[in-house]
Write a protein that binds this ligand. Structure first.
Ligand code: HEC
Length: 145
């Protein structure tokens, strides 16, 4: 049920993102910095790796944070992903990490999936994150902006 609600709210967000896409940033033009991803790597290994795997590949019952993860989240904006993580993860003690740590971890996840670093850190406010589209398929279709 949670998945269905999540998928539905992502659809709404995706529609909004399309309307804004002319002016919004994307994960293709540097949504985080290398330093931030390095901090995120440490926090990921401490808080997430035991379930999602040191290499983000997931396990039998736990979803990967790479590969199919990317098309699954594509079409939303980064606030949706950060919000999900901050409310639902780490499973067992959800909400225990600070907004800054969650943003760092998302920077690490973006880097691990091959999205480039830039000169500005991923911010901790929902507004800043909402301005960045998770448009993972754009580049493949040759539509990166
Ligand atoms: C105790 C095990 C455990 C830990 C620790 C954990 N997760 Fe998860 N995670 C899960 C499980 C199980 C799911 C699937 C939940 C569902 O489908 O409702 C999941 C789902 C997710 C998803 C959604 C994946 C998808 O396919 O959409 C993300 C993103 C995520 N976790 C990120 C994190 C991050 C970031 C951390 C560390 C801060 C973390 N998780 C820590 C077990 C864990």
């Amino acid at each position: 049920m949670r998945r269905i609600i999540l998928a539905f709210s992502m659809m709404l967000v995706a529609q909004g993102a399309q309307a804004r896409s002319a002016h919004s940033q994307s994960i293709w033009n540097g949504a985080y910095t290398e330093d931030q991803a390095a901090r995120g790597a440490t926090s990921y290994q401490q808080n997430c790796a035991r379930c999602h795997g040191a290499g983000l590949a997931g396990t039998f019952e736990i979803p990967p944070l790479m590969g199919r993860f990317v098309p699954y989240w594509s079409g939303s904006t980064l606030d949706v992903l950060v919000d999900y993580i901050s409310r639902a993860m780490p499973l067992g003690r959800p909400g225990s990490l600070s907004p800054a740590v969650n943003a760092d971890i998302v920077a690490f996840i973006l880097k691990s999936n091959g999205f480039p670093a830039g000169s500005k850190e991923l911010g901790t406010s929902a507004d800043a994150q909402k301005a960045i589209t998770f448009d993972a398929t754009n580049k493949k279709r040759g539509k990166a902006h």
